[in-house]
Design a protein around this ligand. Structure first.
Ligand code: MN
Length: 203
C-alpha cells in the first residue's frame, strides 16, 4: 500500500495573512507531495518496508537497507512532519494552552511569553533547513531543533513531538523572505492549541 498525500482539510487561504495561499499551495501540493512520491519510489519492492507506517520507518531507520536509508530518512521524515504540521494549523482553535499543558509550560519555561521566545530563538538558530519542536523527553517538556526533515522520534533524539514549526525557506519565503524571526513570531497566530493539546495527551 503506497503512502498518500493527505488533503488539506481547510482552504489554502485560511491562514492568511500569516501564511499566504500561494505558500500553502506550493508547500502542500508540491513539497509534501514530493516527499510522498520519493518515499514510495525509495521503498518500492521492499514489501517489509511498504507494510510499515511512516512513523515506524523513521523510528527504526537501522532496519532500512543502507542503500535507501537516507532517502527514507528524508522523505518519510518529510511526510510525517508535514502531516502533523497541517493538522496543527487547522483554523479556529484556541490561541493559547490551557490546563495541564499550560501549567507544565509555565513550570518549565517561566511564562507563556518566555516559552514562545525560547521556541522562536531555537527556530532562528537552526542553521539552514529544519524544524523547531516542543517535545516530551524523559517525561519532561523540552524545545529542540532538528536538521532537514528529521523528526524527534528518530533514535538519536529519543523524544515525542508535541508540535513543530517548519523553518525551511519554502515555508515562509514568499511573504517573509529572509526574515525568519518575523515568521516565527507571526506563526503563533495560526497555531491551534486544541490540536496541540491532543498531541500532548498522546505524548
Ligand atoms: Mn516544509
Amino acid at each position: 500500500m503506497a503512502f498518500e498525500l493527505p488533503p488539506l482539510t481547510y482552504p489554502a487561504s485560511a491562514l492568511e495573512p500569516t501564511i499566504d495561499a500561494k505558500t500553502m499551495e506550493i508547500h502542500h501540493d508540491k513539497h509534501h507531495a514530493a516527499y510522498v512520491n520519493n518515499l514510495n519510489n525509495a521503498i518500492k519492492g521492499h514489501a517489509d518496508l511498504e507494510s510499515k507506517s511512516a512513523v515506524d520507518l523513521i523510528k527504526n531507520l537501522s532496519a532500512v537497507p543502507e542503500a535507501i536509508r537516507t532517502a527514507v530518512r528524508n522523505n518519510a521524515g518529510g511526510h510525517v512532519n508535514h502531516t502533523l504540521f497541517w493538522t496543527l494549523l487547522i483554523p479556529g482553535g484556541s490561541k493559547a494552552p490551557t490546563g495541564k499543558l499550560a501549567d507544565e509550560i509555565k513550570a518549565k519555561f517561566g511564562s507563556f511569553d518566555d516559552f514562545k521566545a525560547t521556541f522562536e530563538d531555537a527556530g532562528v538558530k537552526r542553521f539552514g533547513s529544519g524544524w523547531v519542536w516542543l517535545v516530551k523527553k524523559g517525561g519532561s517538556l523540552d524545545i529542540i531543533s532538528t536538521p532537514n526533515q528529521d523528526n524527534p522520534v528518530m533514535a538519536e533524539y529519543g523524544a515525542i513531538p508535541i508540535f513543530g514549526n517548519d523553518v525551511w525557506e519554502h515555508a515562509y519565503y514568499l511573504n517573509y523572505q529572509n526574515r525568519r524571526p518575523d515568521y516565527l513570531k507571526a506563526w503563533w497566530n495560526v497555531l491551534n492549541w486544541d490540536e496541540v493539546a491532543r498531541q500532548y495527551e498522546q505524548a
